[in-house]
Design a protein around this ligand. Structure first.
Ligand code: DC
Length: 229
């Protein structure tokens, strides 16, 4: 049986970086479930499906043609209908679309099986909002990463500045706040920690410190024998 580690939390809490790092360190597979919702948002725009149309979005979610590949430089390439959408996937606009399509029950149901297919030997780091509560409720280790809204907006601000994008920190704080509100208040799988999740506030922690804390838990629980590949 493969070992599943669920890493949930709001956007900007460090889930992506920490989860990819853990997957590397443990030699596990990685599920970026947010990317599936982002891909669905992009697919909806391409096929002129409204973000309100639960039925059409659910069909699209069940059948959209997507693929994840490793590039030669180690980065992940994401394909939608054969086209590389890796860059478009990460924009604020795509994130907002993802958060809207993710609120539909039908969409979440359609993506459930697709997400579970990522669970393979020796293990999976599942990164998202409902990995520990809905998708992998029996995961033996569930981590819930948080950070203050200001800290999360600040991290995103730095990331965008590094990419040469000119953004206002105040606007980003508002965006993070409204995305949180939508993700927390929706009826379908709202963002909440699983009852058995271990919560970690990363506001004052470096990525390395978060990784070390989680790896320590992996060791203590005896979930992986070899830590370095
Ligand atoms: O983690 P992210 O920013 O790529 O996620 C984009 C949106 O997708 C996020 O606002 C909420 C939604 N999402 C979700 O509802 N459930 C998940 N497991 C992952 C993401």
């Amino acid at each position: 049986m493969e070992t599943i580690i669920a890493v949930d939390g709001p956007s900007g809490a460090g889930k992506g970086t920490v989860s990819r790092g853990l997957a590397n360190k443990l030699g596990f597979h990685y599920l970026d479930s947010g990317a599936l919702y982002r891909l669905l948002g992009l697919a909806a725009v391409r096929h002129s499906v409204s973000t309100d149309n639960n039925q059409a979005l659910s069909n699209l979610a069940a059948h959209m043609d997507i693929d994840f590949r490793n590039a030669s430089d180690g980065s992940l390439v994401v394909l939608l209908e054969g086209e590389d959408v890796s860059l478009e996937l990460r924009t604020e606009n795509t994130g907002a679309l993802a958060s809207q399509v993710a609120a539909h029950t039908g969409v979440r149901g359609a993506l459930l099986q697709r997400q579970r297919l990522f669970a393979k030997e020796p293990g999976l780091i599942a990164d998202g909002r409902d990995m520990g509560t809905v998708v992998f409720p029996r995961a033996p280790l569930k981590i819930y990463l948080t950070a203050s809204i200001e800290e999360r907006a600040q991290r995103r601000y730095k990331e965008l500045l590094d990419k040469g994008e000119n953004v206002s920190l105040r606007a980003l704080i508002e965006q993070v706040r409204s995305r949180d509100e939508r993700d927390l208040s929706r009826d379908a799988s709202p963002l909440i920690p699983a009852a058995d999740a271990i919560e970690l506030d990363t506001s004052e922690l470096s990525i390395q410190e978060v990784m070390d804390t989680v790896l320590n838990l992996v060791y203590v629980k005896g979930l992986a024998r070899v830590i370095d590949q």
